[in-house]
Design a protein around this ligand. Structure first.
Ligand code: 13P
Ligand code: ZN
Length: 275
């Protein structure tokens, strides 16, 4: 089977285009990676082309050695994913020791993987281990409302998580472990990748202050849904702040009641009494 005939490539393209339609991918902003199952690799093997030009990775990722990933291209526009997929993204294979990668499909115009590849691969390694292989998707986008809040709210996990959880019940259900927050850092570096990895040990979504969101999940639907839920809550919070701030919020007891009803484990550090 051709890569572009596969369900996983269809899901990858659809998710990228959905993000574009949401306005999260101005210019070449944002990037997406997906770790294939071994069955999916076998299904498209006839369409892959194995060269011998391996590219070193800045930090080894032995936990994903031998794995294959769909990866958006650096400088490529999510806007073009549906019209020119073969140029907009590609597939890479990681060597067995996790020290380098090679392109096996795509990047037809001579492109290369996203500049955030260190963050994607190092976090793919973390989430694969943390979820026993269940999580496969890592998504970075530039949604305006959550970025705007990172200019206004204190850059603390406890503050962002609680403020967003209060906006609608879907939030605590979609990211019950909370949201991590890291300060502005130079994009594309091993440093931003490392700090994000520390957060990903605990959270599924991390805010890169004054830059964007970084999210992980098992399926395209759930990862997109997580990004969407955070951004919608941020939009509502911005509306409320513009209207003068919150006057009524769910109480800590109401969060506990919801956690019991929906079998959520909400960390105590987010259930503090507000002044
Ligand atoms: P790339 O075009 O290299 O994927 O970079 C976009 C981006 O959002 C960097 O943070
Ligand atoms: Zn970015």
């Amino acid at each position: 089977m051709k890569v572009l005939e596969s369900r996983f490539a269809e899901g990858f393209i659809r998710m990228s285009n959905d993000g574009w339609l949401q306005g999260w991918h101005e210019c070449h902003g944002g990037n997406l990676t997906y770790r294939l199952t071994s069955e999916e690799v076998d299904d498209v093997k006839e369409d892959l082309c194995y060269g011998d030009s391996w590219v070193s990775l800045p930090e080894a990722v032995p936990g994903i050695g031998g794995d294959y990933f769909l990866v958006t291209g650096s400088g490529k526009f999510m806007r073009n994913m549906t019209v020119d997929p073969e140029d907009s993204f590609g597939m890479i294979e990681i060597d067995e020791r996790g020290r380098s990668y090679r392109i096996v499909w795509g990047f037809s115009g001579g492109g290369r993987p996203t500049s955030e590849l260190p963050a994607h691969l190092m976090n793919q390694e973390v989430i694969k281990r943390r979820t026993n292989g269940n999580y496969r998707v890592v998504y970075h986008a530039h949604p305006a409302n959550i970025i705007a809040l990172s200019f206004v709210l204190p850059l603390k996990d406890e503050i962002f998580t609680r403020e967003l959880w209060e906006m609608e019940p879907e939030c605590a259900m979609t990211f019950p472990s909370g949201m991590g927050v890291i300060p502005w850092m130079v994009p594309g570096t091993a440093e931003i990748a490392r700090l994000t990895c520390r957060m990903m040990e605990e959270y599924d979504v991390v805010l890169w202050a004054q830059h964007g969101l970084f999210a992980a999940g098992d399926t395209f639907d759930n990862t997109f849904g997580l990004m969407h839920t955070v951004e919608k809550a941020a939009q509502m919070l911005n509306l409320v702040l513009a209207a003068g701030g919150k006057h009524h919020v769910p109480s800590v007891q109401e969060f506990r009641d919801m956690a019991e009803a929906f079998h959520l484990e909400l960390p105590e550090k987010f259930l503090y009494e507000k002044q």
